[in-house]
Design a protein around this ligand. Structure first.
Ligand SMILES: [Zn+2]
Length: 222
């Protein structure tokens, strides 16, 4: 395990992710956190950023597209790291992926309860992929002492394993007669039958990656 000062590093990475997003107050707050850590290893000021309305955990980073989604998830994980280290007043990062998020096998989409037409948007697929891969990427980057490279989200999005999984799930979606669409709007009406009986819907991806099953907690068809 390298001797990286992860608490301080996590604060500077958060600042980089906040740059240009209209969060100058939080960047200044983090500057103060860094100063207090350098001076007397105090994390109390950073911990005060969390909890309550308008607090640091309400900050949203990243736009409503693939890159923004991954960037937002990376921000959340580094936030968890900073908070976790601040609580324990330590510098050693946890190396259990579950600390940074639990891998879910659930893929979310839409369903028309009138005609059964099913849709998954590309962003919903990316939500699944980011949730599936990022906690492990985080731990691997920590182990390789290259955490700051996690900010280059394009490299994560285009990595061999993510591209392969994206393609494999894309095929499963097609085989399951689900429409994969780039339209990320809220689905008020069914594009096939125009019914307004649309609902959000969930599918479970099985471990072996060969089947997509309707989750048990979905609304029934009409
Ligand atoms: Zn329909």
């Amino acid at each position: 395990m390298p001797n990286t000062a992860y608490y301080r590093l996590s604060l500077t990475l958060l600042q980089q992710l906040l740059e240009g997003a209209g969060y100058d107050n939080w960047i200044a707050w983090l500057n103060e956190d860094i100063r207090l850590w350098d001076e007397n290893q105090s994390t109390e000021h950073h911990l005060r950023a969390y909890g309550g309305m308008g607090s640091f955990n309400d900050v949203i980073v990243g736009s409503n597209d693939t890159q923004g989604l991954w960037k937002g998830r990376v921000f959340g994980m580094i936030q968890s790291l900073a908070y976790g280290l601040a609580q324990k007043n330590i510098d050693t990062a946890p190396l259990d992926p579950s600390f940074y998020g639990s891998a879910s096998e659930i893929l979310s989409g839409w369903r028309c309860r009138a005609c059964g037409h099913a849709i998954i948007t590309e962003i919903q697929l990316e939500q699944y992929l980011a949730g599936y891969f990022l906690p492990t990427f985080m731990v691997n980057y920590l182990k390789d002492d290259k955490l700051s490279e996690l900010l280059a989200v394009e490299n994560l999005i285009n990595s061999v394993e993510v591209v392969a999984k994206r393609e494999a799930i894309g095929q499963l979606i097609q085989q399951s007669n689900i429409e994969l669409t780039t339209n990320n709007q809220w689905l008020w009406t069914c594009p096939r039958c125009q019914s307004s009986e649309t609902c959000s819907y969930r599918w479970e991806l099985h471990e072996d990656g060969t089947s997509l099953l309707e989750a048990a907690d979905n609304l029934d068809m009409l």
